[in-house]
Design a binder for this molecule. Structure first.
Ligand SMILES: *Cc1c(COP(=O)(O)O)cnc(C)c1O
Length: 405
């Protein structure tokens, strides 16, 4: 048998700290490695596999489109794109969609929209976009520049100008930043995902919405991770009762295919005209057909199921003494463990047959929206065992170290 781990190490750029597992197949929320060992998937490929892997209905929609046409070009009309764009607008009250291939690209589009809207209306010099400290908006140079975490602002400069950062929750600070002038957009994640699964306070979000409304600043919501049912609503802004001028999404949109979208409301529906933006692959028919299959099935019943699963996870984990807190919304949850590192817990869980993620110091859970209840319960039992074992081991080592001092 070929040793793919060796090939990987030899031939793939070392940009990822991989966990020691090679998944070769799966079905729904169950994954199998090359040796046939089964794992319960609590990560969904980072919130991508909305209905798990190889979901039948999704697979059939994708295959059906593959048999028709796999790619044409954005120079021509496309029925999968048109159908999907209508569905996205019908379900959100938004007006226009631009299709991209990833979250970063969707955010690039939103940034362009904000700057062009402002330059069309107010001329030059109103190009600043305020984002939040601890945010994550992508890996391109400009979305890195938009990302409010210093660790991302190394090595790759010069970065794109025109971003300012505000601390989540500090209303005075964001008011002051807006007063400085030149702001055309405020871009936020409603639950900071990569930043540690931290939901914003409703109060603060209301203040941002008010500031945006009163100053004709575009409210941009990055729903790359929170979107497509993840938080128990189709889009997370529904949890907050706000209406963004622009929102972006990607990860779970096409259920496992690379896809992104920048969705524009009334103010910005005509901001991008012919030649202002484009993408060779964006809106690819296969991805669009996959996305339609996913989005059309995220209905009230499915969303109730997300909330129910979320409640079960919180209840079970909050009863564990080693768990300090569970944060997040819906099936986007972060678990703080008292006295054990998140990566240790994840490694232990993987050993035992469950694959969660990390986000900063937390264990992050992003299971499929339709993970069957018994599978979820079994996965939680494994995770709780892993947490307990890690903390016990840590206490043993920690106790020794402390007595040495
Ligand atoms: C993952 C993520 C991105 C980047 O998406 P890519 O598809 O990796 O480019 C942007 N914003 C948020 C909130 C994300 O979670």
């Amino acid at each position: 048998m070929d040793n793919y781990k060796v090939f990987d190490n030899e031939y793939i750029a070392h940009t990822y700290g991989r966990f020691d597992v090679l998944i070769t197949k799966g079905k729904g929320s169950l994954l199998y490695d090359e040796g046939g060992k089964e794992y319960i998937d609590f990560g969904s490929g980072i919130a991508v596999n909305s209905f798990g892997v190889c979901d039948d209905e999704w697979k059939n929609a994708v295959i059906e489109q593959l048999d028709k046409v796999s790619h044409t070009s954005n120079l021509y009309y496309s029925s999968p794109q048109a159908k999907l764009a209508k569905l996205l607008c019908d379900r959100t009250g938004m007006k226009k969609v631009f299709f991209a291939n990833s979250g970063a690209e969707a955010n690039e589009c939103a940034i362009k929209v904000a700057r062009k809207y402002s330059s069309d209306k107010y001329g030059d010099g109103r190009s600043t976009i305020v984002t939040l400290v601890n945010s994550f908006h992508g890996r391109t140079i400009t979305t890195l520049s938009a990302t409010g975490q210093d660790v991302f602002h190394k090595h790759f400069g010069p970065f794109t100008e025109g971003f300012k950062f505000a601390h989540a929750g500090d209303k005075d600070e964001i008011n002051a930043l807006v007063k400085e002038g030149g702001v055309c957009g405020i871009m936020i994640e409603l639950v900071q995902g990569e930043g540690g699964v931290i939901p914003l306070d409703k109060d603060y979000v209301d203040e941002i919405a008010r500031l945006c409304g009163e100053n004709d600043i575009l409210l941009i919501v990055d729903e790359v991770q929170t979107g497509n049912g993840r938080t128990g609503k189709l889009y997370a802004f529904e949890n907050y009762g706000i209406k963004p001028d622009v929102f972006t999404t990607a990860k779970g949109l096409a259920g496992g295919l690379p896809f992104g979208a920048c969705i524009m409301g009334e103010k910005t529906e005509n901001t991008l005209g012919k030649g202002d933006h484009g993408s060779t692959f964006g809106g690819n028919p296969i991805c669009a057909a996959g996305a339609y299959s996913i989005l059309s099935r995220i209905d009230d019943e499915l969303l109730r199921g997300v909330t129910e699963r979320s409640g079960l996870i919180k209840k079970k984990l909050e009863a564990v003494p080693e768990v300090e807190s569970v944060t997040g919304l819906g099936l986007m949850l972060g678990v703080s463990v008292k006295g054990a590192a998140a990566t240790d817990v994840v490694n232990k869980a993987i050993e035992k047959g469950c694959i969660p993620l990390t986000a900063k110091t937390k264990v992050r859970l992003l299971p499929a929206l339709n993970i069957p209840m018994p599978v979820l319960e079994k996965g939680l039992d494994i995770l709780i065992d892993a947490i307990k074992e890690c903390v016990a081991e840590q206490n043993k080592d920690g106790g020794f170290a402390t007595s040495e001092r």
